[in-house]
Design a protein around this ligand. Structure first.
Ligand code: ATP
Length: 227
């Protein structure tokens, strides 16, 4: 059964978990879009320590945090959060959602994910409990399957105003951004060409400086200096 909780006070908190290996333009555009549609809500970007659904990241947690801080430096609505990196064991989103639900009492808690993650949500650890803890904000992504009916039914589709009235249990489907960008393609481009336009220039410079992702070294570096 869909779980829509009683009305809550506004002031939502948005969580955006991921590997961010590395953070790219689609992550930042998506986080800013969700913040904007929710009235300027803070979005916490949480790099995971041990991703439960994919291979270990190539860059370590400190490097991924550093790249996130560079990519978010001009956006006060984006908060880089090391909470998952400080936990032990697999980074199950359920643990993160429980922690932040405790922190924000009955305020709306919104878990934002790409459409590819939404399509696979039924494979995530105890996903059925999510609706009691958070709303979902789903960002479109090219060539994604639809989520199974049971996942869609667990989070009834709604709008931003309704999400702000309830602590959890609803789903907001964004129409944009719609960007064909992935960290996998970026890592491949870095290895072959030494750079990728989907990276913030400061992140590119950081990657070259720290020799991350087997970056091709024949490409001239940019002149960007990290603050
Ligand atoms: P990889 O290619 O290594 O799998 P990724 O680009 O998918 O990485 P992640 O850090 O795994 O990036 O993603 C974190 C979150 O961002 C996930 O919810 C994912 O669905 C979402 N996301 C990543 N890229 C996009 C995109 N282009 N459009 C919408 N959502 C995205």
């Amino acid at each position: 059964m869909p779980s829509v909780q009683p009305p809550a006070s506004s002031n939502p908190l948005v969580l955006f978990g991921g590997t961010f290996d590395p953070v790219h333009r689609a992550h930042i555009s998506a986080a800013r879009a969700v913040s904007k549609v929710l009235g300027g809500a803070h979005v916490h970007l949480l790099p995971n320590a041990v991703p439960p659904h994919k291979a270990q990241p190539m860059a370590d947690g400190e490097q991924r945090l550093a790249m996130l801080r560079l990519a978010c430096r001009e956006y006060p609505e984006l908060v880089v959060d090391d909470w998952e990196l400080r936990q032990t064991g697999p980074s199950y989103s359920l643990n993160t959602l429980r922690h932040f639900r405790d922190q924000c009492a009955d305020r709306p808690l919104i878990f934002m994910i790409g459409a590819d993650s939404f399509a696979n949500l039924h494979q995530w650890h105890r996903w059925q409990e999510y609706a009691t803890l958070c709303h979902l904000a789903v960002v479109p992504r090219p060539e994604c399957a639809l989520a199974p009916d049971k996942v869609q039914a667990a989070f009834p589709e709604s709008d931003a105003a309704q999400l702000l009235q309830h602590p959890s249990g609803l789903r907001l489907m964004l129409q944009r951004p719609f960007l064909d960008v992935s960290a996998t393609a970026i890592r491949e481009a870095l290895e072959k060409k030494g750079d990728c336009p989907a990276l913030d220039p400061a992140v590119s410079t950081h990657i070259r400086r720290h020799h991350l992702y087997n970056v091709a070294t024949t490409t001239p570096s940019t002149n960007y200096e990290a603050p």
